[in-house]
Design a protein around this ligand. Structure first.
Ligand SMILES: [Zn+2]
Length: 132
C-alpha cells in the first residue's frame, strides 16, 4: 500500500479516523487546501467548496466558549452543554468539566481534555484554561 492509498483509505472513513484520533489524544478536523476552511466533524469533501483536497489535522485544543447551558436532571449532577470555538476555525458541541456547569461563561478560555462516554469510548471535552 503506497502512501496515497493509505491516505485515501483513511479519508474514506473520516468517522473512523476521528475516533482513532480520540484514542491517541487528538481532536481531528479537516482542513481544505482549496478554500482554507476547517470542517468539523472531518469530512471527505469540503462542504464549503466541494473540494476533495482535504487533510486531517489535529486541533491545538485551545478553545473559547461560544455558548453554554447547564443541564440539570433528577438523576445526575448538573453538566454543561457547550459550544466551543477552536482557533483553527470550527465550532463544536462539547462539555466543560472541572467546574460547576452554571459557572461556565461565554468567552471563557478552555482547554481540550478527554473523558469517556457511557460506552467507555473516549470523547473530547474541555476544562477551564489555567491562568499562567
Ligand atoms: Zn474548501
Amino acid at each position: 500500500m503506497g502512501p496515497n492509498e493509505k491516505y485515501l483509505s483513511a479519508m474514506s472513513q473520516p468517522d473512523v479516523e476521528f475516533k482513532a484520533g480520540l484514542a491517541v489524544g487528538e481532536l481531528r478536523y479537516t482542513h481544505c487546501h482549496q478554500c482554507g476552511r476547517a470542517t468539523f466533524y472531518p469530512r471527505v469533501v469540503c462542504p464549503a467548496c466541494g473540494s476533495a483536497n482535504v487533510e486531517l489535522r489535529p486541533s491545538e485544543g485551545n478553545g473559547v466558549v461560544y455558548s453554554s447551558s447547564a443541564i440539570t436532571s433528577r438523576d445526575a449532577d448538573p453538566y454543561s452543554v457547550t459550544l466551543v470555538d477552536l482557533p483553527e476555525g470550527f465550532r463544536m458541541l462539547s462539555s466543560v468539566q472541572g467546574i460547576r456547569a452554571e459557572d461556565v461563561t461565554i468567552g471563557m478560555a478552555v482547554r481540550l481534555s478527554f473523558d469517556t462516554d457511557a460506552n467507555g469510548d473516549p470523547r473530547a471535552v474541555f476544562v477551564p484554561e489555567v491562568e499562567k
